[in-house]
Design a protein around this ligand. Structure first.
Ligand code: ZN
Ligand code: ZN
Length: 373
């Protein structure tokens, strides 16, 4: 894909990290790890495409013959990766085994298909299989300045869509129809794919991952809008804002204040040096103290980058210490089943600047927006 952010040093960093971890080769099939390493957006197919990154020796990629033109028009050749096409009657696993000198340990891309994992095991019987994330996770979790710039642009793109919500939400329209227009706006405002569109109106807003349905928007509705896409550079956006069609019910106003304060508390707490779980606790404490604890039914956030959900997860039990360059969402929610719900979500990046804190990549007002009804 043109415009994809590719850093040639990622391959050498990954190779060095593999060597340090005692992994003889990384085997990376289509998915986020392959996109992050090479910028190649290959479709996962039953015919094997696999980047092989030996700890010692040159990287190569096996690809079905009919996919070779696509590989050649991707950044893969420019990264010095040899491309080995295989014909319909050849065995690509044997091709990999013949090139690797009896590896003892291989790291498989976390999203590799099970049938490929098992065929790798047969082709490389002496190799212990481990997850490539042991090597790639620590590299991907800290974003480079160029990656933060790309995430910043993704954040601005989704902010522009939220700024247009008055065009899409009004009484008498179905969630599904509003969602279709929002999806078009996500593309128009600077993404190349629409990753998800959540329009949760009234009771549907109490289901955090409700997408769109046939419900017709009504005057007085509370509407959760959580949207995201991927930019041409390959980075994701994800932002939730709250809308009401005319004046909202008092019950909503009561818990929205609590939610707003909880989101602020988590943002104020998050910085390099604190644990991921402590950011979750900062949001949860405010909501629990106000008596809504049982209505906050998910973690506070997730990392984001080339995937919408990746490390670090902002959840109890995750003792990962945040470092400058880690990007993640802060998105507490309060959900009243059968009635309505609310969530406020910003993508933030931990930074050492200004004594340490976070930079918000979504900058529209976090207050709920009253639309004409
Ligand atoms: Zn999110
Ligand atoms: Zn979201």
């Amino acid at each position: 894909m043109t415009g994809h952010l590719v850093a040639p040093d990622r391959l050498s960093h990954a190779r060095n990290a593999a060597a340090e971890a005692g992994i003889d080769a990384l085997l990376v099939t289509p998915g986020p790890d392959l996109r992050w390493l090479t910028g190649y957006h290959a479709l996962p197919l039953e015919r094997l495409t696999c980047l092989v990154l030996p700890a010692e020796g040159e990287p190569f990629m096996v690809a079905p013959g009919l996919e070779v033109p696509a590989v050649h028009s991707s950044p893969v050749p420019s990264l010095g990766v040899e491309v080995l096409g295989w014909g319909e009657t050849e065995d690509p696993y044997a091709l990999i085994a013949a090139r690797l000198a009896g590896p003892r340990r291989v790291g498989l891309a976390n999203r590799m298909w099970a049938e490929q994992v098992l065929r790798m095991r047969t082709a490389l019987p002496g190799a212990e299989q481990t997850l490539a994330s042991a090597v790639l996770g620590p590299l991907r979790i800290r974003k480079s300045p160029a990656e933060i710039d790309a995430l910043r642009r993704a954040g601005q793109a989704i902010d522009r869509v939220h700024a247009r919500m008055h065009e899409f939400l009004r009484p008498g329209r179905r969630e599904r129809d509003a969602g279709r227009d929002i999806a078009a706006a996500i593309l128009a405002e600077g993404h190349v794919t629409v990753d998800f569109v959540i329009v949760g109106s009234g009771p549907n807003g109490a289901s955090p991952h409700h997408e769109v349905g046939d419900r017709t928007l009504q005057t007085g509705d509370v509407v959760v809008v959580d949207i995201g896409g991927t930019t041409a550079e390959g980075y994701s956006s994800d932002c939730t804002r709250m809308y009401t069609l005319g004046a909202p019910p008092q019950e909503f106003l009561d818990y929205f204040l609590v939610l707003h304060e909880a989101q602020l508390a988590a943002c104020a707490h998050a910085r390099p040096g604190v644990t991921a779980e402590s950011v979750d606790a900062a949001a949860r404490r405010v909501i629990s103290d106000a008596g809504y604890g049982e209505h906050f039914i998910h973690r506070t956030g997730h990392g984001i980058g080339i995937e919408t959900h990746e490390d670090p997860y902002i959840v109890e039990g995750n003792t990962t210490v945040l470092e400058a360059g880690m990007a993640f969402s802060i998105e507490p929610g309060i959900y009243l089943a059968g009635r309505h719900g609310a969530r406020i979500e910003d993508i933030v990046v931990a930074t050492d600047e200004g004594g340490g804190g976070i930079e918000r990549l979504n900058t529209t007002d976090r207050d709920y927006v009253v639309l004409e009804a």
